[in-house]
Design a protein around this ligand. Sequence first.
Ligand code: SF4
Length: 292
Amino acid sequence: MNGWYMIIDVEKCENCKNCFLACKDEYVGNDWPGYSASMPNHGQSWIVTEGRERGQYPFIDVAYLPIPCMHCDNPPCVTAAPDGAIYKRPDGIVIIDPVKAKGREDLVKVCPYGAIRWNESQNLPQKCTLCAHLLDDGWKHTRCIQSCPTGALTLRKGTRSRMEQAINEEALETYHPELGTHPRVFYKNLHRFTRCFIGGSVSVWINEQNECAAGALVTLFDSAGKQAGICTTDSYGDFKFDNLEKGSGSYTVRISFKDYGTKTVEAELGTSLNVGIISMNTNKKSVIRTET
Ligand code: SF4
């Protein structure tokens, strides 16, 4: 059976909130009978964007994570409403019945992603419907997807086996898989939000000037001495090893640059870590840590 899946590329989200605004435009003041009652003007959002900053000045990046209802395949919200107040459609979309769910404030707490909001004026729990009323009418996109200027949000329709193939080929992940709800919302580049990096810059004194050491070979080793990454510095002398587990312990960064030899930096990884500017002209060994 073909079903709907949403793919969100964390790398592409710029927190413009067009998705939020398009959702508001579609649902505030509009009843979609059988799908949803109108959303209040203020106080709730069916897609939220969380932001996270990594690293230390000046080696910092920021990632944004749009979080709608995950339309889980093992949804605790549906289990909590055996009377059909929340139900899953054959195409995978999870719907809160706007009539049967009246007065069920208890359902707000059952979603582990916090995707269900309470609408005081409607006396109703509410959430993202994946614009089911539009998809049933032949639309190919939801309003949030249609409004995303960077293409961070996309929608796919296919079988579970085709989706499994895409998960492997495109390195897709779910957010908080340990919750066991089997979301239908998948993320690309989720490591930008959930994991850490070790980065820094390499410099060298040439003709009495401190220059960026572009093209230096940088190798990362874990605490067992196993190579965990290799790269060359860019035009600014910068390097970055991403997708490392938070608090994953000791690493050694080894830098080799032309005739300037090799230098090592010991790094203790708590959260994302800027090891700073490493000058190839001194033999000083550095140890750098972040808090876990
Ligand atoms: Fe239900 Fe929450 Fe999963 Fe959405 S994210 S299907 S509301 S458990």
